[in-house]
Design a protein around this ligand. Structure first.
Ligand SMILES: Cc1cc2nc3c(=O)[nH]c(=O)nc-3n(C[C@H](O)[C@H](O)[C@H](O)COP(=O)(O)O)c2cc1C
Length: 223
């Protein structure tokens, strides 16, 4: 038996029902997110870790980032604007987010359009980070080839020597993105792979959704 054949898990939950879902998908996300935090079995698991997928128009790429806020119906995360994802999101401002909470047999998919947060929002978040993480953001040319670990360590030392005890300014190329959701899917694992899936969609054109939070329709999908 190969390793994949050994990896079999049944999802034994009572599922989710249409009547239990909140009409507002952001409120539904909030509910599930809080349950995921409350029921998280170990403290090293980051409930706010999500897979972020972006595209350059030809290829799609995915990586993990941390959700750092849900404000004004938007999902916030922070990164280097010159990184691969930063460049892709700037050129093609559309993305997908994926949360998988295995301890609840739940998955949430969210997709929508993206824009940079204001400099004030980035500034405020940047200064909540540890000093070490602020330095990391300043010196890391994220996603560009690095000659060796020593080069990076030396850059940190040089930066520390230069900045001393002064406040570290937010780098020009670092900050937040906000994803405005246009589609959600809530997935609850069930026995025999007959899972429950509910998709929320809205009928508002891309450019209008930013002005007003819309009404949503909910549809059950085949598993
Ligand atoms: C648990 C976890 C959390 C992460 N959080 C972030 C984050 O919030 N922002 C970020 O830029 N990179 C984060 N990373 C690193 C990214 O996954 C990725 O390696 C990096 O951003 C470069 O991606 P890119 O080359 O596609 O732009 C995280 C990685 C892991 C494993």
């Amino acid at each position: 038996m190969n390793v994949f054949e050994q990896l079999r898990k049944e999802y034994i939950t009572n599922g989710i029902h249409l009547q239990d879902l909140l009409p507002d998908p952001m409120a539904q996300f909030d509910l599930w997110f809080k349950e995921a935090i409350e029921k998280c079995p170990v403290d090293w698991v980051e409930t706010n870790a999500m897979t972020l997928s972006t595209t350059d128009g030809q290829e799609v790429s995915s990586r993990t980032v941390l959700l750092k806020g849900c404000e004004n119906h938007r999902f916030l995360f922070f990164t280097n604007y010159d990184s691969e994802k930063g460049r892709q999101l700037t050129e093609r401002p559309t993305a997908a987010l994926l949360f998988y909470w295995p301890w609840l047999d739940r998955q949430v998919r969210i997709s929508g359009s993206v824009e940079r947060t204001s400099r004030d929002v980035s500034e405020e978040y940047f200064h909540t980070r540890s000093r070490g993480s602020q330095i990391g953001a300043c010196i890391s040319a994220q996603s560009i080839e690095l000659a060796s670990r020593e080069v990076l360590d030396q850059q940190v030392k040089d930066f520390e020597a230069e900045i001393g005890d002064r406040e570290i300014p937010l780098p020009e190329n670092w900050g937040g993105f906000a994803l405005q959701p246009q589609r959600f899917e809530f997935w609850q694992g069930r026995l025999n792979r007959l899972h429950d899936r509910f998709q929320y969609t809205c009928d508002v054109a891309d450019d209008q959704i930013w002005q007003q939070w819309p009404d949503w329709s909910i549809a059950r999908l085949y598993p």
